[in-house]
Design a protein around this ligand. Sequence first.
Ligand code: KIV
Length: 265
Amino acid sequence: MSHTTIATLMQMKSDGEKITMLTSYDASFTRVLEEAGVDSILVGDSLGMVIQGQESTLPVSVDEMVYHTRCVARGRRDALLIADMPFMSYSSADQALSNAGRLMKDGGAHMVKLEGGASQLETVRQLTLNGIPVCAHLGLQPQSVHKLGGYRVQGRDDESAREIKEDAMALEAAGAQMLVLECVPKGLAAEISRILAIPVIGIGAGVDCDGQVLVVYDMLGITSGRRPRFVKNFMPEAGSVPAAVSAYVQAVKTKSFPAEEHSFQ
Ligand code: KIV
């Protein structure tokens, strides 16, 4: 039984305590995250890029997500365990039910995350009705990178900001119990976090979200290629992996991360 539940994270939101989340893909990293007191762990489909060396998250399969979720579940002690639904694994509500069921039954996830707004409402409803908690994901949706034409900040003009806000409210009404907001202006993320009752976890969305998530390899400075603006490398000051993860937890809890330099206007 999970010690940190969705109810715990809801309580943290209403108490104003920031929620910490990091990605993990194996049991050993998960133990380090647990030792540092990370509240929730995401088995992100970012594993396609940081573990498999792919150019995007698109090639990741359900089998691979189940495998990594199971590895993480073995190292987990208290944190809420969330697993990503990979690209094309939730194109219909029926397909989503069967694949989310695998992530929970075979992988040991407590919640699944999927990308998308209005088009996903029926799927979110069906998953929730069947006892599968859903974390929605709006703003920059990496599975739509080809449609978007690159990894870009979303919601900068009035129309797209309104669309993200309306999608967020509709997803909550459909039953989503958490929302990840990626690469949106700080003010928009603050407004959505205020409006929604469910926890809003930001990545490149400013300090006023209810919590923060980063890809663990990014915050350890070992991801190859250009580092996105919203990432902070905690390794140089901390000097070891456990100390860097603890510094991240501390920085999120005390609202010193993300700073202005990690946020978008
Ligand atoms: O796949 C992932 O790791 C994610 C986070 C970056 C939010 O979706």
